[in-house]
Design a protein around this ligand. Structure first.
Ligand code: ZN
Length: 72
């Protein structure tokens, strides 16, 4: 569904408004085993049209917020 109003929102590259949100985790590897389990979690918001993606460090806020950031 394409909304006529608020047409300024969308992918920074192509203006598409459908996104895919994924999640990746990175562990520090090597030395991190000496410390606590250190995992960095990131959310990936991708435009389903052109594939443009942005990475956001995981926060306590819901994924809908980062989609808002991505779409502007
Ligand atoms: Zn796009």
């Amino acid at each position: 569904m394409v909304s006529e109003s608020g047409g300024d929102r969308g992918c920074p590259k192509c203006g598409h408004t459908e996104t895919d949100v994924g999640e990746i985790s990175t562990t520090g590897g090597g030395l991190s085993k000496m410390f606590d389990i250190q995992t960095n979690s990131f959310k990936v918001v991708s435009c389903v049209n052109c594939g443009y993606s942005e990475l956001y460090r995981d926060t306590t806020s819901g994924s809908s917020d980062i989609v808002d950031v991505f779409l502007g």
